[in-house]
Write a protein that binds this ligand. Structure first.
Ligand SMILES: C[S@@+](CC[C@H](N)C(=O)[O-])C[C@H]1O[C@@H](n2cnc3c(N)ncnc32)[C@H](O)[C@@H]1O
Length: 215
């Protein structure tokens, strides 16, 4: 899903840096940025990158900072911000903060939240982001929604709307993918039904939204 039209790709919350390194290996963009807030991790990763990518045609840079303070404005050209493997509630905060400080810049975000997908989608809809692509993957019996979205532009481009529960993710082309979508829908519905029973939360609208998904 990472196309070649970006000058900068930001692997945010990069941890061990596996994702950014894969992008660096395949020269996915002229500049790959690694961002994490823990100095021990960034120091270790920087040493590793120096060892393995000393003369890479794609440049790389290590940033030890809070993703909410991403310095996109200091770098010219189009940016793709990737945030994967952290909670959807935290990703919601990061996207809000980045969008607020760069509201005039069109930025693409690739987001892979752990839980809280509905909350994240609600926020993206509220911010008037548009959908470029979304997929559902299963790995080690865990399900991941991956959303490629774009912050609003004033150019009047045609936008695809983001659905609160997803749309493309439910469209399967193979028997295997079809099984994944059915299992994920059941798991998601069970989760919200348990939650409603457990703490009397008024989440009927979420349950109804997932019930209206047709596979
Ligand atoms: C579970 S790892 C994610 C790993 C990787 N992105 C992946 O998908 O495999 C979470 C990482 O997020 C980092 N992190 C948490 N809060 C952060 C913040 N506010 N800014 C930057 N990094 C943060 C942590 O230090 C940790 O390395």
């Amino acid at each position: 899903m990472v196309t070649s039209d970006y000058t900068h790709i930001w692997d945010c919350c990069c941890d061990h840096g596996l994702l950014g390194s894969a992008l660096l290996s395949r020269l996915a963009a002229p500049n790959i940025h690694f961002v994490d807030i823990v100095p021990e991790l960034t120091n270790k990763l920087e040493n590793k990158l120096q060892r393995f990518y000393p003369d890479s045609p794609s440049k790389w840079k290590m940033h030890c900072l809070d993703v909410a303070a991403l310095p996109i404005e200091q770098y010219e050209g189009r940016s793709l911000v990737i945030i994967a493997g952290v909670g959807g509630d935290l990703i919601t905060q990061f996207v809000n903060a980045i969008h607020q400080s760069h509201s005039a810049t069109n930025i693409d975000f690739m987001l892979c939240p752990v839980h809280h997908q509905f909350t994240l989608r609600q926020q993206l809809i509220q911010l008037d982001f548009s959908l470029k692509n979304e997929v559902l993957v299963e790995e080690n019996q865990r399900f991941y929604e991956i959303l490629l979205v774009s912050s609003p532009t004033d150019k009047g481009d045609k936008h695809s709307k983001i659905s609160p529960v997803g749309e493309l993710i439910w469209q399967a082309n193979t028997a295997e993918q079809s099984k994944i979508t059915v299992n994920y829908l059941n798991k998601t519905l069970n989760h919200f039904q348990r939650m409603q029973l457990g703490n009397n939360a008024d989440i009927q609208h979420i349950i109804d939204a997932y019930r209206s998904v047709s596979i």
